[in-house]
Design a protein around this ligand. Sequence first.
Ligand code: AMP
Length: 429
Amino acid sequence: MLTNNVKGTHDIIGEESNGFAYIENLLRQICELFAYNEVRPPVIEHSELFVRGVGDGSDIVRKEMYTFKDKADRSITLRPEFTAGIMRMIVQNKLLATNELPYKVYYNGPVFRYERPQLGRYRQFNQFGVEAVGNNSPEIDVEVITLAYTILSSLNLANVKVLINTLGDDDSRNAYKDALKGYFAKHLDHMCPDCHSRFELNPLRILDCKVPEDQEIVKDAPKMKDYLSDAAKSRFAKVLELLDALDIPYEVDDTLVRGLDYYAETVFEFHYTSKTGNDYGAIGAGGHYDKLVKELGGPDAAGVGFSFGVERLYSVLKDDDLFPHCINTPVEVYIMPLGEKAKVMAAQVASELRLSAYRTDVCFEDVKLGNMFKRAERKGAKVAVIIGEDEVAKEEVVIKNLATTEQKSCPLDKLIETISEEIGNEVCE
Ligand code: AMP
């Protein structure tokens, strides 16, 4: 017990940790290119926020939240997603009144859902996403989709499928919900208990049911597109027109409804199948919402956002061998001091190299030179800097290029110049 992690959690170590850092850095850079700023809301919120925000008809709120009473008997929940917390932050800090609109932010951090753990499905996992709040236009929906698509392209994920749909405006959704109720009322006796409560709370959720017998019934259910108002149709047409103008490929999927209650109008998912044929399903998803800010006591403001599962991104990049080699080779220069005096000089040389941005490690263990070379190789070093008694006396080092095996002496004041000649100063991104 003491040495086992909690079911559904996982330790991110070594290569996986390097992979996460690579993904998160790249995502950050792209968000900044689109003029989004980072926010860091707390991990815990009042439970009521998610009940109101995510919706009591959603599986997340009904079954998956980590909720507990704190010592003052308040009901607290570990965030199961970011959007509701960010809207709370926006309302509480009046950020829509004090910033240019849309207010554009990105986030990155752990979320918690009590789901059945399986491959690629955890109870604690990491989400990276964005929200753009305070502008209701189709252009902003498309900007957010473009941002997500740019991220996936920059990660070299070629086989991404963008699925898109519209849930329409209130009128469209109410008409559609009535039609669904009429249809499912006839079949409810043969459907799972969850669908019975979905029927009462939000019949749209039934379309997401994973029970195979229910899916058969869902197949013949009325389709959203037949209930769209003219305004909703023309808004969606505008979204698709903009995507065409930006050469972003997509497929309209009229079964896509998303599992959170706050969505309206545009919804989308990014699906991925690896080169080896593994179907990862949705690696990211999002959509437009227009009631959430108001529901939480803020102004009448619409927003749009998406969220990627970082674990899923890691798995597809790993599966398709898309990580740059250098992220797993932490060391460029390996310093090998031979003797106590050499260790002092090694520490000084290491500081100088690190100040010049060379990833540098020193072997302070008293092992034989041959062993030091093996260590350098294992760490992926490009250059070894060897310092013996002679070198200390002459204030120089021996530099060995580990690719060509050529070596030469180098005075200390020419160190950086010589290292740069050997390996350049390529940045690993
Ligand atoms: P959602 O907030 O449900 O739309 O999820 C957004 C993304 O988070 C999904 O596309 C997945 O990539 C990821 N995700 C959702 N649930 C899990 C989970 N239990 N474990 C790992 N990743 C998840």
